[in-house]
Design a protein around this ligand. Structure first.
Ligand code: PEP
Ligand code: MG
Length: 571
């Protein structure tokens, strides 16, 4: 039994066996083999099992990510049925009398080198397919399992170094009861996705991958950020009780599902949700969201081999807008870069990806990509209450350029005969300190602000949000952050605009009273945070919180602010 401390990333308690999602050791020795026939038989068996697995992965990918994503696995299957690939391996086993592992690897390497050297994008991708497939077959030859999220078919807790967004999207909630990772913070994308999937998660444990092994009994306490490996009977009993209490708490919260969000002194604020895919809308509705405050569209672009088409995007945006009816839906344009890569764009590696060529910077330059997204959004605008916002805006010129492209596409579409809504608000995310400081200038031109504190805190405190070693600097109540947030809200209100927040801070129970006091209009958070936040706001007086505004803004440290909030809430 041992306890590992991490960062609580998604609330709830999970109890199940460990499923280690890590590439196994695939090293082997090249050996002479006399009996070539049985070696070829061994190879065939490994290929057959790999095929069955790939069929299953493909089917799961199709269900969770759509047809296009599933095509990657069709390409993998093709490699395994291609005689031009398989025959040379068999020949090598026979003619050189080597073991199947060696014949497989040497043949595969030869093809990989050949394809990689070709001046053809398609062939280079085939090289990657061969590498992936070879690993799987080799694992089966060596008798080790090659884990994959799509192969999980019993109740488990997934343990990994980190989870990519496409790994996370493939986790089947029916079987994956929780997950825990070595790296990451509360605002890394695997954590954000865990919350939208409502799977308990603890991230940034640093050591869980070496501390736990496949099959260990694991408790993930996503409320307090603890992972327990092989718990004692008493611990198990106490966590089962904690799990039941949490379920009971959820039932109490659920009573406010269809109520508006009003403070004790009857002031309404908007509680909306962050989503990543059209499928997440069900969670928003089930959790009583008053709209969508952030639709992270980059997931449409990730985990596939090419850019999504205008039609594909149009369908996704239309689906979200239709499902939400008259409720507002704020769609953020492509925010790629940082920890969200698009391998097929072949962008050069950067020393500081979070400070680099990303989001709106990339979209303005690659307006071929940007225009397709904007066209899809504009065409979908008549299906609901659409608002568009641009990410990572640092200068007014960037906003003006992005908006000009939007307006150009609107005119183009109108001349092509499309109906476009005339009431689309166009706003920006405030996640770069320059924009927060100069909010007055921006407020004159934008329709709204949405404060992205995940990045605003990372950039203000100069602390990488993916690096658990500096996660102590993620300080939402730091006076610098509160003053920036206040500046943005005041600037918006001075121009008659609204200010929202879509970073994780908006759903933080210590931050909520402060933000209410500072006058924030819209709080956008993981769907599962909405009902606890609504319950909390019901008991808070906005007038009273406003009376503390100067105190919040003039305290010396984040700890002092937190202590003040705890004192106020006891009164
Ligand atoms: C943010 O930066 O606060 C935000 C909401 O955007 P993302 O987490 O997607 O970077
Ligand atoms: Mg951001």
């Amino acid at each position: 039994m041992s306890n590992v401390i991490g960062i609580a990333a998604s609330k709830g308690i999970a109890i199940a066996k460990a499923y280690v999602l890590a590439t196994p050791d695939l090293s082997f020795e090249k050996k002479k083999v006399e009996d070539s026939e049985s070696e070829i038989e061994r190879l065939d068996q490994a290929i057959q099992i790999s095929k069955q697995e790939l069929e299953k992965i493909k089917e799961n990918a199709r269900k969770s990510l759509g047809d296009e994503h599933a095509e990657i696995f069709s390409a993998h299957l093709l490699v395994l049925t291609d005689p031009e690939m398989i025959n040379p391996i068999q020949d090598k086993i026979k003619s050189e009398q080597v073991n199947a592992e060696a014949a497989l690897e040497e043949t595969a390497n030869m093809f990989v080198d050949m394809f990689k050297a070709m001046d053809n994008e398609y062939m280079r991708e085939r090289a990657a397919d061969i590498q992936d497939v070879t690993k799987r077959v080799k694992a089966h030859l060596l008798g080790v399992t090659f884990p994959d999220p799509a192969l999980i078919d019993e109740e488990v807790v997934v343990i990994a170094e980190d989870l990519t967004p496409s790994d996370t999207a493939q986790l089947n909630k029916q079987f994956v009861k929780g997950f825990t990772t070595n790296i990451g913070g509360r605002t890394s994308h695997s954590a954000i996705m865990a919350r939208s999937l409502e799977i308990p998660a603890v991230v940034g444990t640093k050591t869980i991958l070496s501390d736990a092994s496949d099959g260990d009994m694991i408790i993930v306490d996503g409320i307090d950020g603890i992972v327990i490996i092989n718990p004692s009977e008493e611990e198990l009993a106490s966590y089962k009780k904690k799990q039941e209490d949490f379920e009971e708490q959820k039932r109490v919260w659920a009573k406010l599902k269809d109520e508006p969000t009003v403070s004790a002194d009857n002031v309404h604020v908007e509680l909306v949700a962050n989503i990543g895919t059209p499928e997440d809308v069900t969670g928003v509705i089930n959790n009583g969201g008053e709209g969508v405050g952030l639709y992270r569209t980059e997931f449409l672009y990730m985990g596939k081999s090419e850019l999504p088409t205008e039609e594909e995007q149009f369908e996704a945006y239309k689906s979200v807008l239709e499902q939400m009816g008259e409720k507002p839906v704020v769609v953020r344009t492509l925010d790629i870069g940082g920890d969200k890569e698009l391998s097929y764009l072949k962008l050069p590696e950067e020393m500081n990806p979070f400070l680099g060529y990303r989001a709106i910077r990339l979209c303005i330059e690659r307006d071929d990509i940007f225009r397709i997204q904007l066209r899809a959004l504009l065409r979908a605008s008549t299906y609901g209450n659409l608002k568009i916002m641009f990410p990572m805006i640092a200068t007014l010129e960037e906003f003006r350029q992005a908006k000009a492209i939007l307006l150009e596409e609107k005119e183009n579409l109108k001349s092509e005969g499309y109906d476009i809504s005339e009431s689309i608000e166009v706003g920006i995310m405030v996640e770069i300190p320059s924009t927060a400081v100069a909010a007055r200038q921006f407020a004159k031109e934008v329709d709204f602000f949405s404060i992205g504190t995940n990045d605003l805190i990372q950039y203000t405190m100069a602390a990488d949000r993916m690096n658990e070693r500096v996660s102590y600097l993620y300080q939402p109540y730091h006076p610098a952050i509160l003053n920036l947030v206040n500046n943005v809200i005041e600037a918006a209100h001075a121009e008659g605009k609204w200010a929202g927040m879509c970073g994780e801070m908006a759903g933080d129970s210590i931050a909520i009273p402060i933000l209410l006091g500072l006058g924030l209009d819209e709080f956008s958070m993981s769907a599962t945070s909405i009902l606890p936040a609504r319950t909390q706001i019901k008991d808070l007086s906005k007038e009273k919180m406003t009376s503390y505004k100067d105190d919040f803004l003039s305290m010396d440290t984040a700890d002092e602010v937190e202590a003040l909030i705890r004192k106020i809430s006891k009164q």
